[in-house]
Design a binder for this molecule. Structure first.
Ligand SMILES: Cc1cc2nc3c(=O)[nH]c(=O)nc-3n(C[C@H](O)[C@H](O)[C@H](O)COP(=O)(O)OP(=O)(O)OC[C@H]3O[C@@H](n4cnc5c(N)ncnc54)[C@H](O)[C@@H]3O)c2cc1C
Length: 598
């Protein structure tokens, strides 16, 4: 479709993350519920950065091993996430994606490590009071952090079992997202509604201070046990973290899912405009909307979908139309846009990857095949790639094929307070020109042939690699950051001497192949968003999708969803808007029972 900037669009979507591209694709290809609705053909996605994908972003550090990726943002999904799962299966069925592969959290060798208070524990040690370095009271002495969290959830559910049984027809325990949604508004703790309470406050009532620290330190995330909405936190911890779902990941890298959606949007006649930062939105007297875009002409549209998180929404300039004090729909009491925006809390998140010539973690005494280790050090969570699927006997022989590289460690996956540890180790110099040349050399090494001969996936990789040079918060890790990470990795792995990370083949002598991404930079403001305590989540989630009654402005994405911190949340809010306001039918590839949240 060739539309000039002045022509009136049917829908402009602001944000080229997974929710925005999914919305555009469905609008262009979906079937209307009735024949009366006019066709939607002029769809434009405006994305401020040089790339699509938002918080799905894959760094591909190896030019000779294209399936060994560093997932800087989202990395895994599971079958109970019905929408993203079926979307991926749809593309697999059309040979546009390879079948996903297992994403390991547990080590097949059972050698995952937990380093707490300078003590190294294996999984089985976490429920051994002789070994756990926390003064736990009797009720939590024989349980690991996950079991203690599960126990707290049970305690609250047991108190509410009569209510739950009434709602769930005799069942006393919600086990699915839908069932949790049904019971959550009614759960109580003491004399208060559970959603009115902060999760940290609740945990501090039910656990000793040592118990709280053990759960928080051992879980690997500081944000999970922070003071967010207790009802939402319980659901999230129960469904996503204590049930050990069978996580999967994309062979191509998770950023290829939005990459594919972008291709499909373009095939269907839609436009995706990169480097189009929307500054403000106003409403014209004829009911259309004008979007002011940085350094280019404004654009007009009949409808606008804002597919972005809280911080991005807050960065939009105020106008008489998009105004923080403006009354919003869906609240019993008069509510303002600002109340909606601030109903979720963004949490800082950070990842640091180090590449090695040899996967040293496979050697004894570490002998880890795959998965995750956790520590209370600022690195917090450490993952090892590529995974070895099955357990292996201790490697005696240095010539073992298992010790063939390269290997990649997500040395740190951390959040909240730990992010500031790494921030102050950033190089204050402007390294952008340097990375640009490194990334360009890497792209050339990966695809020496002419650009016109690349297939769609190769094109995607090339575009994403180039765009990384301008990605806020993404940089090669400076030597001092690597030194700290190496020191903490050493503590975690039995104080073994570790090899240095490998040299960046395209860098200066002594420059490591290592990079980090800090998601607290604008326009994200954090890695994920959690509902604040005291928020009536059902009302806000339903209201914010169309915040101003009668206006054709919609908000979708992970932030205000029922599955925060997951792609599933981003897609389900989009699907709600597509069905409820754009009157699209569900797709045949979607499971008819797929639950979309409130
Ligand atoms: C460290 C980390 C780990 C994660 N792990 C997982 C995981 O394992 N599995 C999982 O499912 N999910 C995970 N997530 C969450 C997942 O990545 C997000 O839920 C999802 O990608 C959010 O998609 P979105 O479309 O809602 O928003 P985003 O991806 O944030 O997209 C918003 C887009 O809007 C653009 N934008 C903002 N302002 C403007 C403007 N003014 N004009 C134009 N464009 C604008 C941004 O540049 C961005 O591209 C993780 C996230 C992080 C950060």
């Amino acid at each position: 479709m060739d539309v000039n900037s002045n022509s009136l669009r049917d829908v402009v979507i602001v944000g080229g993350g997974v929710s925005g591209l999914y919305t555009a694709w469905r609008l262009l290809t979906g079937k209307a519920q009735t024949d009366n609705s006019g066709p939607i053909t002029k769809v434009t996605v405006l994305e401020l950065s040089k790339r699509t994908g938002g918080r799905l972003l894959t760094w591909r550090p190896f030019t000779n091993n294209s399936s060994l990726h560093a997932e800087l943002g989202g990395m895994r999904f599971f079958e109970q996430q019905e929408l993203v799962w079926s979307l991926i299966q749809y593309f697999v069925g059309r040979n546009q994606l390879q079948p996903p592969i297992k994403f390991f959290v547990g080590d097949p060798n059972h050698n995952n490590l937990t380093y707490l208070r300078q003590r190294i524990l294996k999984s089985a040690d976490l429920s051994n009071p002789e070994k756990v370095p926390y003064l736990l009271d009797a009720s939590s002495r024989y349980a690991g952090p996950g079991d203690i969290a599960a126990g707290i959830i049970q305690t609250v559910l047991i108190v509410n079992r009569a209510t739950i049984a009434k709602i769930l027809g005799g069942k006393t325990q919600p086990t699915t997202w839908k069932e949790w949604d049904e019971v959550k508004p009614h759960l109580e703790y003491g004399s208060r509604k559970l959603w009115d309470i902060g999760f940290w406050n609740l945990l501090s009532d039910l656990l000793s201070p040592e118990g709280y620290d053990f759960v928080t330190d051992g879980f690997g995330y500081y944000s999970l046990t922070n003071n967010w909405n207790a009802a939402e936190a319980m659901q999230s911890v129960y469904l996503d973290f204590t049930q050990s779902p069978d996580y999967q990941t994309l062979v191509e890298g998770y950023d290829y899912l939005p990459g594919l959606l972008k291709q499909e949007v373009q095939k269907a006649g839609g436009e995706v405009r990169l480097e189009h930062a929307v500054m403000k939105i106003d409403r014209e007297s004829d009911g259309t909307y004008t979007l002011q875009i940085r350094n280019t002409e404004p654009m007009r549209s009949k409808s606008v979908v804002l597919a972005m998180p809280r911080r991005s929404l807050e960065l939009l300039d105020e106008t008489p139309f998009w105004n923080w004090e403006k009354a919003v729909s869906g609240t019993a009491a008069p509510g303002r846009l600002v109340d909606y925006l601030q109903s979720v809390i963004p949490y800082p998140a950070f990842k640091l990857f180090l590449a090695y010539d040899v996967p040293w973690w496979r050697k004894p005494p570490v002998s880890i095949a795959a998965g995750r280790s956790v520590s209370d050090l600022p690195i917090r969570q450490t993952y090892y790639f590529p995974p070895v699927k099955d357990s292996f006997p201790p490697i005696e022989d240095l010539a073992s094929p298992l010790l063939k590289g390269p290997g990649l460690v997500m040395a740190s996956y951390d959040d909240l307070g730990a992010v500031s540890f790494w921030k102050s180790l950033e190089d204050p110099r402007d390294l952008r020109p340097q990375i640009r040349s490194r990334l360009e050399l890497a792209v050339k090494a990966l695809y020496p042939e002419a650009e016109t001969r690349l297939d769609p996936y190769q094109h995607h990789v090339m575009e994403m690699s180039r765009a990384l040079a301008d990605e806020p918060g993404f940089l090669p890790a400076p030597a001092e950051m690597v030194r700290h990470a190496q020191q903490q990795l050493r503590y975690l792995h039995f104080n073994q001497p570790l090899p240095d990370p490998m040299q960046n083949p395209h860098g200066q002598p002594g420059e490591f192949l290592a990079a980090y991404k800090d998601w607290s930079h604008d326009p994200y403001g954090g890695g994920w968003n959690f509902w604040a305590p005291g928020v009536n989540v059902q009302k806000v989630m339903q209201g914010i999708r169309r915040p101003f009654p009668q206006e054709n402005l919609f908000i979708v994405g992970e932030a205000y969803s029922g599955s925060q911190g997951w792609v599933e949340g981003a897609l389900t809010t989009a699907e709600h808007v597509l069905r409820d306001y754009f009157h699209l039918q569900p797709e045949p590839w979607q499971p008819p029972s797929a639950y979309l949240g409130y």
